[in-house]
Design a protein around this ligand. Structure first.
Ligand SMILES: [Mn+2]
Length: 376
């Protein structure tokens, strides 16, 4: 039997923290189409069920577009069972709208959970059996959930929860999942949602636990490959594999530009770093220029970003490089530049400023004295 574990899709996310209006609108649609594509993947790969471990929607007022798309995908795929655990961002409004739309009870292939444990005995197309148990954590029930979980050790058990994993025992004050409390309880796979960074780890001698992460990075704080977990249940065990699936990957890259003399040199180094790192034209990247540059090198990051943005979906550039401190080349200079460098070096020797600041001061001073830069 094959199952998909997804979570934190956050349909209708505003995305405005990192993206301009046009791209935010486009990424919002991409979140929705990625969810639909996950279902298409399930259909074409004989997946029996999709486990949604919370945060399917981002806000309480769900758009008609997202609501209708999710309703259609559930109604149009009766052979796929959707185990939908509502997370801390989800709304009951969706389920009300769903019932309204079909003027009857929710369809058989949509399974829900409540604030106490609910178990579903589920049989796949190949006859494999699994028990899927879940509960929706809130501020008041998490210690009760820990103590009331009762699984049949003889079954293959998948447990679904949405909350923050914690080393320590849960207090009744937050959506906390104390992982240790779920050890040696008969869990084969603990399907979690809430943390957006994918993670697969050993739960105990028997089981695995995993945050599958959000299927699309939504900003420069959600970097790296995103996708879902494909679970294969066989002979009472659950094998888990992360499937990269995001339409665009978001990167955060440090690029050493020590050897660049011009903006276009820097662009060239960034392009090479992108090629090496597998960054595609459709991707997003935050590039941090690093290293020690020549004293008369000055990067125009707006220009560098502009050139890269002609090819890539979205590139942000930040200059974290610093000028190498090269006293020697000016120290014997009889000009005003030489006098200036000697003055700064003197301040370093007397520990009035540090080497890093000295580098920046010298670089700016030399440019000013060369007439390249105006004080503003
Ligand atoms: Mn979330």
């Amino acid at each position: 039997m094959k199952l998909i574990h997804t979570a934190d899709i956050h349909l209708d996310s505003k995305l405005s923290r990192h993206l301009d209006d046009a791209r935010a609108a486009e990424r919002k649609n991409e979140l929705l189409s990625t969810f639909q594509n996950i279902v298409h993947y399930a259909v074409s790969n004989s997946v029996d069920a999709i486990l949604i471990a919370g945060d399917l929607f981002d806000i309480r007022n769900i758009s008609a577009t997202a609501r209708d798309a999710v309703i259609s995908v559930i109604l149009n795929n009766p052979n796929i069972t959707f185990f939908y655990l509502r997370g801390n961002h989800d709304a009951g409004a969706f389920l009300d709208a769903f019932k309204n739309r079909i003027q009857s009870d929710l369809p058989e292939n949509l399974k829900l959970f409540k604030e106490t444990w609910t178990s579903y005995h589920f049989t796949g197309q190949d006859g494999t059996e699994v028990v899927i148990t879940g509960a929706e954590i809130n501020r008041d029930n998490n210690t009760a959930l820990e103590s009331s979980l009762a699984l049949n050790q003889a079954e293959c058990n998948i447990v679904m929860l949405h909350g923050q994993e914690s080393e320590t025992k849960g207090k009744n004050d937050a959506e906390i999942i104390p992982i240790r409390s779920y050890q040696n309880r008969g869990i084969d796979y603990l399907a979690l949602g809430h943390i957006h960074q994918p993670k697969i780890a050993q739960l105990d001698a028997r089981g695995t636990y995993s945050y599958c992460g959000c299927p699309e990075g939504r900003g420069f704080d959600e970097i790296g490959p995103r996708g879902f977990n494909l679970l294969t249940v066989k002979d009472g065990t659950v094998d888990v594999r992360f499937v990269p699936f995001a339409q665009r990957i978001i990167y955060d890259m440090k690029v050493d530009v020590s050897n660049a003399l011009t903006n276009d040199d820097a662009v060239g180094l960034i392009r090479s770093a992108f090629e090496e790192g597998g960054v595609l034209f459709k991707d997003l990247a935050k590039v941090r220029l690093s290293g020690e540059t020549g004293i008369d090198v000055h990067f125009d990051i707006a220009y560098i970003a502009h050139v890269l943005n002609e090819n890539y979906y979205l590139i942000r550039v930040k200059d974290e490089s610093r000028p190498a401190v090269v006293y020697d080349s000016f120290i014997a200079d009889m000009s005003l530049k030489g006098e200036f460098v000697r003055m700064v070096k003197d301040a370093v020797d007397r520990e009035q400023i540090d080497e890093e600041d000295a580098g920046k001061i010298i670089a700016l001073g030399i440019r000013l004295l060369s007439g390249e830069e105006k004080l503003s």
